[in-house]
Design a protein around this ligand. Structure first.
Ligand code: AKG
Length: 237
């Protein structure tokens, strides 16, 4: 992984996100692509066997979740020193792996993903965390790029009201006119945004899949108050 500019944290705090172009090393990108492609051979599982939100849409919008424990290359990457360094930039010196998943949009599917804050899916109060969205393919408006609604995290870390759209199978947290700022990036780039930053992604109307990988890190364990147990993972790096 390359080093990041000194301005990274300030940009993240003042706009809610930062784009880190071509950050991954070639071997890191290749490992993620390989794991993703192997998981894609499995049948789609929209809700992770009932353990996750039912936001998958078959081959159109697939979430391939929580596989670092059975994929050694993924485990070494998400829990490794490079990710610790990167995540620390956003959540401080003791990052914990909170969640990881591949997100793949099948060719010509039209499956977009609505405006939302990742924190809206957590379901209880928690410290905002960072989402590191990694492009495994070059992204364009036509194949499902991520769009960001900038916000100043120094001023506003609130979670807005979201409505469940049962047709789209997704929470919707914004329905205004702002189109968002598209993150048009090449494979190996990372878009880092806060869990309270509103974002969406466009439909894939091309004839190739669009693969992404998400790793999320929190400054402290995110524990479900009902059980006292981690909502997903709470692994210190
Ligand atoms: O990869 C995408 O299309 C966006 C995924 C996303 O926004 C999410 O999982 O929160």
């Amino acid at each position: 992984m390359k080093s990041i500019p000194a301005s990274t944290r300030d940009t993240y705090l003042s706009t809610g996100y930062v784009v880190l172009r071509d950050l991954l090393a070639d071997n890191e990108l290749a490992d993620l692509q390989e794991v993703c492609d192997s998981l894609l051979m499995e049948p789609p599982d929209d809700d992770n066997g009932g353990k996750s939100h039912d936001i998958g849409r078959g081959h159109d919008r697939r979430f391939l979740r929580h596989r670092h424990e059975d994929q050694p290359a993924l485990r070494d990457f998400v829990l490794g020193a490079q990710m610790k360094r990167l995540a620390s930039t956003f959540v401080g010196g003791h990052p914990h792996l909170f969640n990881e998943q591949f997100v793949v949009k099948g060719p010509k599917t039209g499956a977009s993903f609505a405006w939302h804050q990742d924190s809206a899916y957590v379901g209880f109060a928690h410290e905002p965390y960072v989402t590191l969205w990694m492009a495994l393919d070059d992204t364009t408006v036509e194949n499902g790029a991520v769009f960001i609604l900038p916000r100043d995290l120094n001023e506003d870390r609130s979670i807005v009201a979201h409505l469940w759209d049962s047709e789209g199978k997704e929470l919707v947290g914004y329905s205004g006119d702002h189109p968002g700022e598209p993150a048009l990036v090449s494979a190996g780039s990372v878009v880092a945004f806060s869990s309270v930053t509103l974002h969406r992604s466009s439909a894939n109307v091309t004839d190739r899949p669009r693969r992404g990988f998400i790793a999320q890190y929190s400054s402290e364990p995110i524990l479900d108050p009902k059980t006292g147990k981690p909502k997903t993972f709470a692994k210190p790096l």
